[in-house]
Design a protein around this ligand. Structure first.
Ligand code: SAJ
Length: 406
């Protein structure tokens, strides 16, 4: 059996590598030269623990290769991006482009799996597009399924094996074929359903988290207004056996939780009031943080410098995509042009592109930031920040969006 994996990104490449490690012949496909070249050298073009060893081994023993061309295969796994448009509808153009390249290679009896996080109906849309391109094929011989991934960046190689998986088929036969393929490496339960339910399950998991983080963020704003400590409040409330409130922060980042709920909203705009409100609440939180910092810069003790701790979208990673910290830093630099913002991010070495060319921001070490600024704003709960001693903060105005130094 040969499997083609279309899209060798954060999900496609780990999936390709783990299948190849089980002896399956995997042909990876990507449009980016850097990615194709790296994989063929046995390397990984991004940071993900343990993935490097899998790719190196699979390339060395010939089970994994990469190319720009979509090959003939027995099964296809499509793991391409699904960004959203300005109006929050999903951009299916990468899925469509992948389908257009797969269609001419079909001979009948293939399995085509969409793994990309998708709005309800996208798998059917892909199926319709494949069949429209190949009217010569007997539709009943083409097996199409949706199998969303739920792995956490940083733990992908482990969670691919240990997470339960949902497979949704356009037909029950397609679902069963997909289940058989994933059981090659997935040791957890593989739950079978239809394609649309599988699409929604993935979106709903991330919306669940978004709605619950919005609740925590709303509590943090309320607590600030009435003068209490939100972390103490949440900790106390969570002693109730049926209460489990998440943690507030400076907003929600990453490329999943801040995106996926919009796919539900755009499928049923009138009916998704709570889901939409949660998105808006979380998206508003960075601006609330900006206002707090600006207020601090207008107090008499302010020395002209603000230390901004953390640019990544969550703790102990280097991933800046969709990070609320970036939006906060940009907005601060613009609103307070006469203030110097000392940005601290221990996991990166260079100023991120999204912040270059702004003259009142500078990348510094934790020590320099804390030594020179009179206002400190914490945006990420990196371990390195947790270890900062209370003495380093004495006399400073601290805006702690993560409850690190209570
Ligand atoms: N956050 C909070 N408060 C919390 C928890 C998280 O403010 O209590 C923030 C984080 O700081 C971060 C954002 O939410 O900015 C998202 O972080 P995360 O760790 O919750 O999730 P991701 O985006 O890294 O990964 C999620 C996971 N989904 C769920 O936990 C339901 C992961 O399992 C999915 O595979 C991934 O999305 C995805 O690809 O969809």
């Amino acid at each position: 059996k040969e499997v083609a994996v279309v899209g060798l990104g954060y999900i496609g490449l780990p999936t390709a590598a783990i299948l190849a490690s089980k002896g399956i012949i995997v042909k990876g496909v990507d449009v980016t030269p850097r990615t194709v070249e790296a994989v063929n050298r046995g390397e990984v073009p991004f940071v993900e623990p343990a993935l490097g060893d899998f790719v190196a081994a699979a390339v060395a023993n010939g089970t994994l290769t990469a190319s720009f061309e979509t090959p003939e295969a027995d099964a296809y796994i499509v793991a391409v991006p699904t960004p959203f448009n300005a109006d929050h509808t999903a951009d299916l153009s990468y899925i469509e482009a992948a389908a257009d390249k797969i269609a001419p290679k079909l001979r009948g009896n293939e399995l085509v799996i969409l793994e990309s996080t998708s709005p309800p109906g996208a798998t059917q849309h892909m199926a319709d597009r494949l069949l429209a391109a190949r009217p010569d094929l007997d539709a009943s011989t083409l097996h199409i399924a949706h199998c969303p991934e739920r792995v956490l960046p940083g733990r992908v190689m482990e969670e691919l094996v240990t997470n339960d998986r949902i497979v949704g088929g356009i037909t029950p036969v397609a679902a069963q074929m997909a289940k058989d393929l994933y059981s090659v490496f997935c040791e957890a339960e593989i739950l079978v359903t239809d394609a649309t339910t599988a699409e929604m399950a993935k979106l709903v998991e991330n919306s669940f988290r978004d709605v619950n983080i919005a609740f925590a963020n709303e509590l943090s704003v309320i607590s600030d207004k009435i003068g209490i400590d939100v972390w103490e409040l949440i900790e106390l409330a969570n002693h109730h056996p049926r209460v489990n409130i998440l943690q507030p922060g400076p907003g929600v980042g990453g490329h999943c939780i801040a995106v996926d709920p919009w796919f539900i909203v755009s499928a049923a705009p009138e009916e998704s009031k709570l889901i939409r409100q949660a998105r808006e609440t979380n998206d508003a939180k960075p601006f609330w943080v900006v206002d707090k910092v600006i207020e601090s810069t207008q107090t008499p003790g302010f020395n002209g410098k603000v230390a901004v701790l953390g640019l990544a979208f969550k703790a102990n990673i280097d991933d800046l995509r969709e990070s609320p910290s970036i939006a906060i830093a940009r907005s601060l630099a613009e609103k307070a042009a006469d203030v110097e913002f000392l940005l601290v991010e221990p996991h990166i070495e260079e100023m991120p592109k999204s912040l270059t060319g702004i003259n009142n921001v500078r990348l510094v070490t934790t020590e320099e930031g804390l030594d020179s600024a009179s206002t400190v704003v914490v945006l990420v709960d990196h371990d390195q920040f947790k270890a900062v001693p209370a003495t380093a903060l004495a006399g400073k105005d601290v805006i702690d969006t993560r409850g690190l130094w209570r």
